[in-house]
Design a protein. Structure first.
Length: 234
């Protein structure tokens, strides 16, 4: 009997303790909910301009020419414009946002002009092609590249004169000068990019020793070109 009474009392005390603990737990504040985790956003890779590229271009050119004969005093200034088209090859190296590189291009041109000097002699001039070898420095904004360029320029120049007293003379030579330009290039798909560029080519004045006619002839060319490049590598 004593054992039964002891067990019964222990069970009653344990049940009371459980009830009290449950009541106390109900009075406790709820545990704070864990903070919401922001979803992970996908960041597209930044375009890399490093690599060797080749491409083509088309556009238009505008040239100014001037002639002056130091012996007769004959002179003339005229302009010529026409279609240009060709290709380019180059390489870029990117350091963070800075892109440096080198490029060579070659363009066939249709820059033809004609006129008469102050004595009445007929002058014809034809720039058949231009070419440049330049360094490029630019700033990359992911897929957009803004750049400037400068270096050496070449041009094939044909000149002829038909004199008022009869007879004619002609000469063909390659001019060497300087060039500077600016451009925008945008990588529109994987390794493909499109560009728009303006270049100025300055050749100064050069003496043309034509039979019975000696003249100083200058040439300056402006070019606006749109092009497509393909870059090798990643």
């Amino acid at each position: 009997m004593i054992v039964r009474a002891f067990v019964g009392g222990f069970a009653l005390a344990a049940g009371s303790a459980v009830c009290i603990a449950s009541a106390n737990a109900a009075d406790l504040p709820l545990a704070p909910r864990p903070p919401a985790v922001a979803p992970v956003m996908y960041a597209p890779p930044v375009y890399n301009w490093t690599g060797i590229y080749v491409g083509g271009n088309v556009g238009g050119g505008f040239a100014n020419s001037s002639w002056s004969d130091p012996f007769t005093g004959a002179n003339n200034t005229f302009s010529k414009d026409g279609f240009i088209g060709g290709g380019q090859i180059g390489a870029n190296l990117q350091y963070n946002w800075l892109v440096v590189g080198i490029e060579g291009d070659f363009d066939w041109t249709g820059l033809k002009g004609s006129g008469n000097d102050s004595l009445g002699n007929a002058i014809n001039t034809n720039t058949q092609w231009t070419s440049t070898v330049t360094g490029r420095v630019g700033a990359a904004f992911d897929r957009l590249l803004v750049y400037g360029k400068g270096g050496v320029a070449f041009a094939d120049d044909q000149s002829s004169v038909n004199g008022i007293a009869g007879g004619s003379a002609s000469t063909t030579f390659t001019r060497t000068g300087w060039t500077g330009g600016v451009g925008l290039e945008y990588a529109f798909y994987e390794n493909w990019s499109a560009k728009l560029e303006y270049d100025y080519l300055g050749f100064g004045s050069q003496t043309l020793n034509l039979p019975t006619y000696a003249t100083n002839a200058s040439l300056n060319v402006q070019e606006v070109k749109a092009g497509i490049n393909f870059k090798f590598g990643p």
